[in-house]
Design a protein around this ligand. Structure first.
Ligand SMILES: Cc1ncc(C[n+]2csc(CCOP(=O)(O)OP(=O)(O)O)c2C)c(N)n1
Ligand SMILES: [Mg+2]
Length: 358
């Protein structure tokens, strides 16, 4: 076996000191204020999608990320060009954070030809390969083997890139998760699986609480069974997520061994657009979690530290509203895909794969 570092295409493995330096940049107050804006953009975007769905302008289905913003915002802060990101159907925040055009993202939800997937994917199937975003998948746990496969391919192709693989608490009870985690752990022994599992434990899989769906509610500990190192993080606290994300991302990059983080979070919005009554939880419970809303928490910290004042926060909220109004108008006014496109993009072309041409 060649030494671990020989597998790195560019041989650039950062030292512990360098990665610590990076972590402190990641949490500087200016940077936090920037990330606050990103989270506000996601929230405003999501609220607009809820309105669009209620008005019958967005078809199919809709799962918003409200309450969970700090998780993807923190982890994608550690993203480097060439990394891959894959998630399930609660996917709107990901392209927004990876730099996709919010107009194209919204247009996809509206089923318009200007959308990220030419209007043929919709809310659950956002894709932006150029920015490393590999979807947007509707079958619970179905994307987990794909993510682990990418984590393998990245090492096979001798890169130091990683795959951020997001999954829900419901998905860890699904067969493909266990098969994929087993292989990730096995390949990882040889430094051949750069998968960072990020389990978003938002307490529910649709209408079923974690405690009602598994006898072993310690979700990160499930990875012990597959030899995958793991930890938990407070997914409502952006600063905690950032610290964890930068540290473990560097570890996966450096070692080629998978790692798992269980982000403890909460979806304050209903599961999806057809979850009208939320009978599976109490209003008090939702209220309690709202008090730790990730955007509110960060806002409070930035106000206390004097990084932002009330006026600037109001300004940011107005800016976001204005941006999202433009985004929505673009989506509404775009054209639908033409009928001739019905059978195009069904199968991948010969040149559309991850590896380099021989
Ligand atoms: C294999 C499969 N079974 C059932 C469903 C129906 N379903 C859609 S979402 C969901 C809950 C999944 O919960 P979780 O993984 O925690 O994700 P969250 O919705 O909380 O983000 C279920 C069971 C599905 N899409 N796929
Ligand atoms: Mg869940």
């Amino acid at each position: 076996m060649p030494a671990e570092n020989d597998r790195m295409g560019n041989g650039s493995v950062e030292t512990h000191e360098e990665s610590q330096e990076e972590a402190s940049v990641a949490t500087s107050d200016d940077h936090l204020a920037d990330l606050y804006k990103k989270m506000a953009l996601i929230r405003t975007f999501e609220e607009a999608t809820q309105r669009g769905f209620r008005q019958g302008k967005i078809g199919g289905y809709l799962h918003v990320y409200i309450g969970q913003e700090a998780v993807a915002t923190g982890f994608i802060d550690a993203y480097k060009e060439g990394d891959k990101v894959i998630t399930a159907y609660r996917d709107h925040a990901f392209p927004l954070l990876l730099g996709s055009d919010p107009k194209e993202t919204m247009a996809e939800l509206y089923g318009k030809r200007t959308g990220l997937a030419k209007g043929k994917g919709g809310s659950m199937h956002l894709f932006d390969i150029e920015r490393g975003f590999y979807g947007g998948w509707g079958i619970v746990g179905g994307h987990v083997p794909i993510g682990v496969g990418m984590g393998y391919a990245l090492r096979y192709n001798e890169t130091d890139q990683i795959c951020q693989l997001y999954l829900g608490d419901g998905a860890v009870n699904i067969g493909p998760f266990h098969e994929a985690a087993n292989l990730a752990g096995l390949w990882g022994r040889d430094g051949m699986n750069a998968t960072l599992f990020i389990v978003e434990n938002n307490q529910y899989g649709m209408g079923t609480s974690v405690a009602r769906s598994t006898a072993m509610t310690d979700l990160s500990a499930k990875f012990n069974a597959y030899g995958i190192e793991n930890e938990k993080v407070d997914g409502m606290d952006l600063e905690a997520v950032l610290e964890c994300a930068h540290r473990v991302t560097e570890q996966v990059r450096e070692t080629g061994k998978p790692y798992a983080v269980e982000a403890i979070t909460y979806r304050t919005a209903p599961h999806g657009a057809a979850d009208f009554f939320e009978k599976y939880r109490t209003k008090d419970e939702v209220k309690k979690w709202r008090e730790r809303d990730p955007i509110g928490l960060l806002e409070h910290k930035l106000l206390e530290r004097g990084t932002l004042d009330e006026d600037r926060i109001e300004e940011i909220k107005d800016e976001m509203k204005e941006t999202i109004d433009e985004v929505t108008t673009f989506a509404e006014e775009s054209e639908e895909p033409p009928i001739e496109e019905l059978y195009t993009d069904v199968y991948a072309g010969e040149d559309e794969y991850m590896g380099e041409e021989e």
